[in-house]
Design a protein around this ligand. Structure first.
Ligand code: KG4
Ligand code: ZN
Length: 350
C-alpha cells in the first residue's frame, strides 16, 4: 500500500501514448512516454484563416480531414514508434469547434479499434495544464491553475489529480479573444496576441488610459470586454495615439487583471504550486509579472515553454497518459463536445 507523500503522487503510464488534437485551427499529433515528449507535430492553419481575421469552423474541419493522417504518420515516425508499440490513444474530445473535434475523435476511435489500443478522451483545457508536466514532471497538489486560451479564461483549484473546481472564469470575452479583437482594431495580424506582445515592447503603457475591470468586486471572475472598448475609443481620438502605446496599455491592463485575481486566490488558498497554461501563457509580460508575484508569495510557479503554451498534441497525450494510468477508458460511443465541464475531463457533459 502507498502511504504519505507517495499516496499523493500519481501513477505514470510507462508505454508510449499517441495524442491527437483537432479542437481548433492546429492539426496536431504527438507521442509522449511517461512525461517525455518523443515527438510533437503541429500543422498550423493560420495561413488559411488569416484573411478572415479569425477561425472559420467549416474550413478548419476540412483542413483537419486533409492533414490528420499525414500528421499522425509523421509523429509516429519521428518518435520511432509503430502503432503496435503504443500503450494507448488520447484525443481531445472538447471543448472546441464540434466539427473540428469530430475529425480527431473519429480518427482516434478508428485507430483504437483497428489496433486494439485503449482510448481516452481529454479535455483540451486540462491538456493546457499538463503542458507543465512535460517539462517539470508531476505537480504537487493542491494546485491553483490559470488557463488562458483563445476561448477560455478559467481559474481552477485542483485538490488532487483529475479533480477540478472552477473558482472564477471570464464573464465575457476570453483573454486570448480580447487580444485578437484588440489587435484587429489596431490593424495588426491574426492571431493578435503575439503581435501585441511584440509591439508592446516599443510602447509606453501610461500614455493611454485603461479601466480596471471588476474593480469594485471581490471574487475571482474576469472581464475583458471593457478593455476592448477602451482600445476602440482610444483609436478614435484625434489625433490618434501611437499604436504601440495602445498595445502596451492594453497588454498591461490585461496582465494586471489576470495577475491580481490569481494572486488573490493564491493568498486566500495557499496552493502547493501555481500552474499557468494556454496560448496567452506565452505572453512575456504575463510570465514575468506572475513570476515575480509568485516569488513574493513564496509559491512555486510552473510555466510551460512557449512552444507548449499554444495548441499541441503532446499536452493531450500527457493528460491522457495520466487518465490511462488511473484505468480510465473511453468507449466507441465517445462524443465531441463544444462545452465540456471541468469535473468530467473524459466523458459526456452532465
Ligand atoms: O490555447 P491556444 O493556442 O488555443 C485555444 O485553445 O484557444 O490559444 C490561442 C490564443 C490566441 O487568442 C492568441 O492570440 C493567444 O493565445 N496568444 C497570445 C500569445 N501567443 C498566443 N496572447 C498574448 N501573448 C502571446 N504571446
Ligand atoms: Zn488551446
Amino acid at each position: 500500500m502507498r502511504s504519505g507523500a507517495d499516496a499523493q503522487r500519481p501513477a505514470v503510464y510507462g508505454q508510449p501514448v499517441l495524442g491527437i488534437e483537432t479542437s481548433c485551427d492546429e492539426t496536431a499529433a504527438a507521442v509522449v512516454q511517461g512525461t517525455q515528449v518523443r515527438s510533437s507535430v503541429v500543422a498550423s492553419q493560420v495561413d488559411l484563416h488569416h484573411r478572415y481575421g479569425g477561425v472559420v469552423p467549416e474550413l478548419a474541419a476540412r483542413r483537419h480531414v486533409e492533414r490528420l493522417v499525414a500528421v499522425v504518420d509523421e509523429a509516429l515516425e519521428r518518435a520511432g514508434v509503430e502503432v503496435a508499440d503504443l500503450g494507448g490513444v488520447a484525443v481531445t474530445c472538447g471543448p472546441g469547434l464540434v466539427g473540428a473535434l469530430a475529425v480527431g475523435v473519429a480518427f482516434a476511435k478508428a485507430l483504437s479499434l483497428a489496433a486494439g489500443k485503449p482510448l481516452v478522451g481529454v479535455n483540451h483545457l486540462e491538456g493546457h495544464i499538463y503542458a507543465n508536466v512535460l517539462v517539470h514532471g508531476p505537480f504537487p497538489t493542491p494546485a491553483l491553475a490559470l488557463v488562458v486560451s483563445g476561448a477560455h479564461t478559467d481559474l481552477l483549484w485542483i485538490p488532487e489529480y483529475g479533480r477540478y473546481r472552477v473558482l472564477g472564469r471570464t464573464r465575457d470575452d476570453a483573454a486570448g479573444e480580447a487580444f485578437d479583437k484588440a489587435a484587429r482594431a489596431m490593424g495588426l495580424g491574426y492571431p493578435g496576441g503575439p503581435e501585441i506582445d511584440r509591439l508592446s515592447q516599443e510602447g509606453d503603457p501610461s500614455r493611454v488610459p485603461m479601466p480596471v475591470p471588476l474593480a469594485t468586486e471581490d471574487g475571482y471572475d474576469f472581464s475583458f470586454s471593457g478593455l476592448k472598448t477602451a482600445v476602440l475609443r482610444a483609436l478614435q481620438q484625434s489625433p490618434p495615439p501611437e499604436v504601440a502605446d495602445v498595445a502596451a496599455a492594453f497588454q498591461n491592463a490585461v496582465v494586471s487583471h489576470l495577475v491580481r485575481r490569481t494572486v488573490r486566490a493564491a493568498r486566500d488558498l495557499r496552493p502547493a504550486c501555481l500552474l499557468l497554461g494556454g496560448g496567452v501563457a506565452a505572453n512575456r509580460a504575463l510570465r514575468e509579472r506572475l513570476s515575480s508575484e509568485a516569488d513574493r508569495l513564496g509559491i512555486p510557479l510552473w510555466l510551460p515553454p512557449p512552444w507548449l503554451c499554444t495548441d499541441n498534441a503532446a499536452m493531450i497525450a500527457c493528460a491522457g497518459a495520466f487518465r490511462l494510468a488511473r484505468g480510465e477508458r473511453a468507449g466507441l460511443e465517445m462524443g465531441a463536445w463544444a462545452d465540456l465541464p471541468w469535473q468530467d475531463g473524459a466523458g459526456e457533459p452532465r
